[in-house]
Design a protein around this ligand. Structure first.
Ligand SMILES: Cc1ncc(COP(=O)(O)O)c(C=O)c1O
Length: 417
């Protein structure tokens, strides 16, 4: 008997979807309103906002708004129409590619419309069935999905564990000797959940012993790390060892789109083989001209990165002094580790938003182990020291209530009501 596909969808809404009734509109799909800033509005109340990746505070910079508006006025959102290869190519796309490449110290780069789709497609294009992928187990979903498309072998290593990485490179080498293929190693420059940097220096050093190519997703490192914000490769002094460098415009650049950078021949190969770009409309002009402006600002306004780090250091040292566990972060991403179950976490975040005016993201099982809660804070150049001190006071108050069982009681009362 063939069942109705939608019967399953209605009865099994998925690991996150099953929480929709309780969480939607508040914990998931919340509506933050007002101009993107350190202080926005949620549920009709002002909140200090720590959940957006506008690291350098460019999203609402007057010069950015001006260029975005002018480009939209001049070109609309349609131009250029069609895929890059067919009719969607312009001198501005080319200029942006050249400037992105120069900025990250590579010969060439290629724009993609969305980082996520681009990454899936780049991995798909780079490997054939005889090639082997070796990747960090904590990599972003876009890398996992790219690996899923791979018809050949893949080996996953324990997160940021160089011993495990080497062991899997050894296995991959043996396998590649049989298939005659090559090896692609994929890591992130910065792991977005816990804020650790990928151990790129050690990974690049492994190139002395093993023959592999390295693809790095530097979504969170671009603009925030390295000299002038050139990313994690520069931060660790190994940019030349990264064969394919990726960054999205969705974070420090406060826009949309992304790019891959590397040697000319590799980038040309991507241009002609990345299906998500070959068969999709080109990035519209306001995004392209807007990105050129943003990149210019990153290049010429180093104070933005300094301001970001001043706030990051104040926030992280203040939280640590107040006794909070921030794990192993080495970047601006500031995870605060607490212990509790999901209903307690929900009651706590409700209190934080409604009564303390602090809005941050909450991460619970199944993203992290059961019993653990991460409140994840993203500092930006727009935040102030007042935002930091208000937040630390609020966090100290909610930690007290979490440990004395207040949120457990609230959650139980709601459940039984
Ligand atoms: C590490 C990482 N890679 C890729 C992406 C996807 O980029 P985009 O938002 O441009 O699709 C994200 C999230 O935005 C990310 O955090």
């Amino acid at each position: 008997m063939v069942s109705d596909l939608f019967d399953r969808i209605k009865s099994d809404k998925g690991p996150l979807g099953k929480w929709a009734d309780k969480a939607e509109g508040y914990y998931v799909f919340p509506k933050l309103e007002g101009p993107i800033s350190n202080r926005m509005s949620f549920n009709g109340k002002p909140v200090v906002t720590w959940s957006i990746n506008d690291y350098l505070g460019l999203a609402n910079h007057p010069e950015v708004l001006k260029i975005d508006g002018e480009a939209a006025h001049e070109h609309g959102m349609a131009y250029p129409m069609g895929a890059r290869m067919m009719s969607g190519h312009t001198k501005y796309h080319e200029q942006l590619e050249q400037e992105c490449a120069e900025f990250v110290g590579k010969e060439a780069s290629y724009l993609v419309n969305f980082g996520y789709q681009g990454m899936v497609s780049a991995i798909d294009a780079l490997v054939s069935k005889d090639d082997i992928i070796v990747y960090d187990m904590d990599t972003h979903a876009c890398i996992i999905d790219g690996v899923r498309l791979h018809a050949g072998k893949r080996f996953v290593y324990r997160h940021n564990d160089i011993e495990s990485c080497e062991k899997n490179l050894k296995r991959a080498t043996k396998m590649a000797e049989k298939t005659g293929g090559g090896i692609l190693l994929v890591s992130e420059g910065v792991f977005g959940m816990r804020g650790e940097q990928g151990r790129l220096r050690e990974i690049v050093a492994l190139k002395e012993k093993y023959n592999f190519r390295l693809l790095v997703d530097d979504a969170h490192g671009f603009g925030t790390l390295g000299e002038g914000g050139r990313g994690t490769g520069f931060e660790q002094g190994v940019q030349d060892g990264i064969d394919v460098y990726f960054a999205t415009f969705a974070k420090s650049m406060a826009g949309i789109g992304a790019f891959f950078a590397g040697d000319k021949d590799v980038v040309q190969y991507l241009q002609y083989n990345m299906r998500s770009q070959m068969f999709a409309k080109s990035l519209p002009m306001p995004m392209v001209k807007g990105a050129l402006k943003r990149l210019d600002m990153i290049r010429t306004m180093p104070e933005l990165k300094d301001e970001l780090w001043d706030i990051t250091n104040a926030l992280q040292s203040g939280l640590r002094e107040a006794g909070f566990d921030l794990g192993t972060t080495q970047t601006c991403i500031t995870p605060v580790y607490l212990k509790g179950d999901i209903p307690e976490a929900m009651a706590m975040v409700h209190d934080l938003r409604e009564n303390h005016g602090v809005f941050c993201s909450i991460v619970v099982y199944p993203v992290i182990p059961k019993g653990m809660i991460i409140l994840r804070l993203i500092p930006t150049a727009r935040h102030t020291l007042d935002d930091v001190s208000e937040t630390i006071t609020a966090f100290t108050a909610i930690r007290e209530k979490l440990s004395n069982g207040t949120y457990k009681r609230i959650a139980e009362a709601i459940m039984t009501a």
